[in-house]
Write a protein that binds this ligand. Structure first.
Ligand SMILES: Cc1cc2nc3c(=O)[nH]c(=O)nc-3n(C[C@H](O)[C@H](O)[C@H](O)COP(=O)(O)OP(=O)(O)OC[C@H]3O[C@@H](n4cnc5c(N)ncnc54)[C@H](O)[C@@H]3O)c2cc1C
Length: 348
């Protein structure tokens, strides 16, 4: 058999594992370095919306997600202050599965396909090197003037049901939002993104998720008890879009650029960018192209696929979190079917 050049992936999250699986399907030798281990909870709405579902299907992973308990979210409802949208159809529906299950199933699939997975092993060598792909997730926020973004997530277990009017309910205030959705096995994910201008908030993290006194969110979660083992939080999120071509490293997923989580499209982008990298890396590995060509091609594909989407995503986040959404303007926006369709389709 022709000898193939190896690929090293720094980061075994969704992007790194999906790329690893795709490369193993083409007989490329792959090692993934993962700082943590599996299974583990991640801060995430666990709501896969967009082309990423097609990537999972093409790589033969969608059926495994279903076997692991994934469910579809067909409807969504948005609440801004006292304004509510009608229940909207999600077309196509989103796939919901806990990251606890999803990351573990991808890790198992990669190892079964002959990939080498080094868990609890942090990549701390060069960031840009031949044969190295960075899939190490979000980059820390830099720059003192921009708001600080924090993510918090917890599950409500099946024996403590939350009565939802839609499969996904989003509660938006002018300093963040909380999404509530079913994730299979009767569990409910409650995940929020919050802006703190000075990086500090006085409430406890469960209280961030429960919302302000007298809010509709607090009413919805009144009887809910969070599973303490599922609690996680993350800070210093960099939400400014980045161009892959501007980077010297070969990056995929959040390591390349992060879309505002309000879109529910970040996991999809991780799957999509991983798939876009498979072909060029397999060519490089087989000796049919050099590293610089592979890296440039991956960056070109990602920038072409994501550039416009990221611009719309930024606009969506600005509109959703604008204080005007809590007043009369918000009531008009939330009722507009045209605006809903436009923003839903352009951000995925
Ligand atoms: C509040 C919030 C809500 C979200 N909700 C949704 C949602 O509902 N739907 C959606 O599609 N997206 C959502 N996202 C985004 C989604 O979680 C990310 O886009 C997705 O996880 C990106 O996958 P990734 O593989 O690039 O990064 P990650 O999943 O973060 O994986 C990176 C991996 O790299 C490892 N790592 C880091 N550094 C190193 C190192 N030096 N060496 C070795 N390993 C390393 C980490 O341990 C981690 O396992 C949300 C994000 C946030 C913050």
């Amino acid at each position: 058999m022709m000898s193939r050049k190896p690929i090293t992936i720094a980061g075994g999250g969704l992007a790194g594992l999906t790329l690893g699986i795709g490369l193993r399907q083409r007989d490329v030798p792959v090692t993934i370095w993962e700082a943590g281990s599996y299974p583990r909870h991640r801060v995430c709405g666990e709501f896969i919306s967009g082309n990423g579902q097609l990537v999972l299907e093409r790589l033969g992973l969608l059926a495994q997600c279903h076997r692991a308990g994934a469910v579809y979210a067909h409807t969504a409802l948005f609440v801004c202050g006292t304004n509510r949208s009608p229940v909207r159809r999600l077309d196509p529906p989103a796939l919901c599965l806990s990251r606890h299950a999803l990351d573990a199933l991808l890790a198992e699939t990669f190892a079964r396909a002959g990939g080498e997975l080094r868990v609890n092993t942090r990549w701390s060598q060069a960031q840009a090197a031949e044969g190295l792909v960075l899939a190490s997730g979000r980059r820390p926020q830099t720059g003192g003037n921009s708001p600080r973004w924090f993510g918090v997530k917890a599950h409500v277990p099946r024996d403590c049901p939350v009565a939802l009017t839609a499969d996904l309910e989003m509660y938006v205030s002018d300093h963040g939002y909380v999404g509530i959705n079913r994730i299979g096995g009767g569990e409910v994910n409650v995940c929020g993104l919050f802006r703190a201008e000075d990086g500090r908030r006085t409430e406890s993290r469960p209280d961030w998720l429960r919302g302000g006194a007298d809010s509709l969110l607090r009413e919805r979660l009144q009887a809910a008890a969070f599973d303490p083992a599922s609690f996680c939080s993350v800070g210093g999120l960099q939400l400014k879009p980045q161009r892959a071509a501007a980077r010297p490293e070969c990056c995929i997923g959040d390591a390349q650029t992060m879309t505002p989580p309000v879109t529910g499209n970040g996991m999809s982008m991780a799957f999509e960018s991983a798939e876009m990298a498979i072909g060029p890396l397999a060519e490089y590995s087989a000796g049919r192209g050099d590293w610089a060509t592979a890296r440039r091609e991956i960056a070109r594909r990602c920038d072409e696929a994501f550039g416009r989407r990221l611009a719309w995503a930024r606009l969506l986040q600005k509109v959703m979190l604008s204080p005007a959404m809590q007043g009369g303007w918000g009531a008009v926006c939330l009722r507009s079917e045209w605006l809903w369709r436009l923003l839903y389709t352009r951000t995925r």
